[in-house]
Design a protein around this ligand. Sequence first.
Ligand SMILES: [Zn+2]
Length: 146
Amino acid sequence: MFKIITKADVLLFLVLLAVGAGSLVSAAAGRTDTGYAVISRGSTVILSHPLSEDCAVYLYPEEEPVVVPGADDWHETAPGRTEPAENVLLIQNGELRMAWSTCTNQICVNTGSIRETHQAVICLPHRLSAEIRERSGAGGVDAVSY
Ligand SMILES: [Zn+2]
């Protein structure tokens, strides 16, 4: 009886160890592999957001981006607002796409989803770019040095 309990305890311990190690590994992988969506207006970075965290980013002219967690339930208009955003960017499952834009050419929307480092979605009429970088883009020169 004592021996069986010991075996079960050892098994439980091993399972917990494996789960713990697994989550550590995936956490580390998430930090290095998925990168950041770096959103700029003109030459100014206005938002840097990890691709591992789903969200909808609502962009209004001359305003700070409105970031809403989760990307399934996005709208053309940010929560609490009455007028549609100029652009709505979605980060979902490690991908980035322009879901909505009021621009005339719709090139940004038609670009579709990107997920590789250095790819970008650009909305020229709104001087907006959303680029995938390995690191947060807030650090300027640091963003391109390794
Ligand atoms: Zn556009």
